[in-house]
Design a protein around this ligand. Sequence first.
Ligand code: SAM
Length: 298
Amino acid sequence: MIHPSKFALALLLGLGLSVGSGALAGQKDSDKEPAKDKKEKKAKKTATGTLKVLLPAESTLFIDESPTRSVGPERKFVTPPLSTSKTYYYTLKWTYPDRGRPVTRMAVIEFHAGQETLIDLRPGSKTTLSSQIIYVPTDQDIVEKMLEMAKVTAKDVVYDLGCGDGRIVVTAAKKFGARGVGIDIDPERVRESRANVKKQKVEKLVEIRQGDALKVADLSRATVVTLYMLPEFQKQLVPILKRELKPGSRIASHDYILPGWKEEQVINAQGGYRQHTLYIYLIGDNQEKKEKEKKEKK
Ligand SMILES: C[S@@+](CC[C@H](N)C(=O)[O-])C[C@H]1O[C@@H](n2cnc3c(N)ncnc32)[C@H](O)[C@@H]1O
């Protein structure tokens, strides 16, 4: 698993690269094997790996929550020997100024030892999927409204994609008895969500995961999906929802539409200090027909 201190070891190897500190994964040796066998085995199955990151020159970059020190538009990191048969995942978080305002983005990247992995984080890059990170929790009364509009019952499995502090899945479990899965890319949000789940004693119903919500392997389990995400995320999510969700599934989206999709219901609701717009979408057998009708109308 991910072990920040191992990366510091790479710095001592003196590989002559422009390296900062960072958190790349290491491997634990087995205690039971004799030292010689262990060495031979390790030589065969492990290798260093290089991570090359392209990003706006002024960015600050964190790898698995550890700050990196190197600067400039191209940054290289070398790992200590890692297993060549494993896939490693790192969460990259970078902040850069955009027209005078800081923009923070995150991406989960895949990494293999024994090779160089090039990650392009520059704005407009088509090679690395990344999300702009803005954390604004949904007001509690709006959370309840979203779940009511989606007609959540104890039979449902609610997925909140970008779950923040987990309030939507926690409420779905506490108030409606539904099972829930909350996914967030930001480890800080994941810790908050897990603490919330524990505090509200819904561990049996709710699971929280860290990762990219655009890459959820078991999304087809969801009968309800809740969203409070920026348009760039929504746009990428539409084909995934249409492909993965079963007929009868509902999607409740806070403030942002799912582009190109005819909503079933739209309401304006007061929450906190402002008006919110909630959109409900349905996966029906007639979904394709509706899309066609919408196109014909235009
Ligand atoms: C506006 S907040 C909404 C939080 C929560 N759903 C709510 O309504 O209270 C958006 C959340 O999405 C997370 N996020 C953004 N992009 C993501 C991605 N690609 N995968 C998973 N989480 C993501 C952010 O870290 C942030 O916590």
